[in-house]
Write a protein that binds this ligand. Structure first.
Ligand code: F6R
Length: 260
């Protein structure tokens, strides 16, 4: 796991966007895995600026969502499909029919989860998956105790996650209880995973994910099993890392021929 510690959330956004731009300009038809929530928004803003400046195009890309709330109307402001369109894809030249997410409006949700797994396989897998991390250590919506071998399925949110996400809704009661999320094993199928986190509230889950034991009690610790993971954090989110000085020295001495 490569840990990149930078001073501010804006620096983290630029590092993450830089990796995404490289994938977009070097691959003929990249598949990007997009996360929602606050953490990736800075990187999405940089990507929108790069697109407007004519330096990057999404015309031949596909984008897949990590997860989606169950129970919101399809046109609700806070569905993850609506969120990602607002935050990124409507602002760039990604073809509208190349944005994919789990079909949480299907009558048979279990079949819809399976269809999403098939779709990811048909796309040839995800080239670069962007991730945030929950304060309880979740990635996607794989809450603590999620099976390390889990695939796309329905999950129930913890009260902690519902409270964290209540800021996007008029009240806690309005936050859905259920979601469909890519499983931990689904996420680990992506060829490159990049996790971004900023702020003191993410220091404890980042330390558990990077340096703690591999355990379903911290689902993000499953990233330790993957051969190509980049964790990009600001100083505040890096505060609890035991080897913070080491990660900083590794990044400072990174050879030019070895991109993130
Ligand atoms: C979002 C997702 C979640 C968030 C996590 C952090 O698609 O899957 O895992 O990344 O809840 O959310 P923020 O970034 O809002 O702190």
């Amino acid at each position: 796991m490569e840990v990149v510690i930078v001073p501010t959330p804006d620096d983290a956004a630029r590092v993450v966007a830089g990796v995404m731009v490289r994938v977009l300009v070097t691959m003929p038809s990249p598949v990007l895995g997009l996360a929602t929530g606050s953490s990736p928004v800075g990187a999405y803003n940089v990507l929108i600026d790069e697109h407007r400046a004519g330096r990057v195009s999404f015309a031949h890309a596909s984008a897949v969502l990590l997860d989606e709330y169950v129970g919101l109307p399809a046109d609700h402001h806070e569905t993850y499909r609506t969120f990602i369109r607002r935050a990124l894809t409507d602002e760039v030249d990604l073809p509208a029919d190349r944005l994919f997410g789990p079909d949480v409006w299907a009558d048979d949700l279990i079949a819809a989860c399976l269809r999403y797994e098939h779709l990811l396989a048909e796309l040839g897998g995800v080239d670069l998956q962007l991730l945030g991390i929950g304060t309880d250590g979740h990635i996607g919506f794989n809450e603590p105790s999620s099976s390390l071998g889990s695939r796309t399925r329905i999950k129930t949110l913890t009260e902690a996650t519902r409270q964290d996400n209540a800021r996007f809704f008029p009240s806690l009661d309005a936050v859905p209880r259920h979601v469909v999320t890519q499983g931990l094993a689904t996420i680990l199928d992506a060829r490159h995973l990049i996790l971004v986190a900023a702020g003191h509230g993410k220091a404890a889950p980042i330390a558990r994910a990077v340096e703690g034991p591999l355990t379903s009690m911290c689902p993000a610790s499953a990233l330790q099993l993957h051969p190509h993971v980049t964790v990009v954090v600001d100083d505040a989110a890096a505060a609890d890392l035991q080897l913070g000085d080491y990660y900083r020295s590794v990044f400072a001495a990174k050879p030019d021929w070895q991109p993130l």
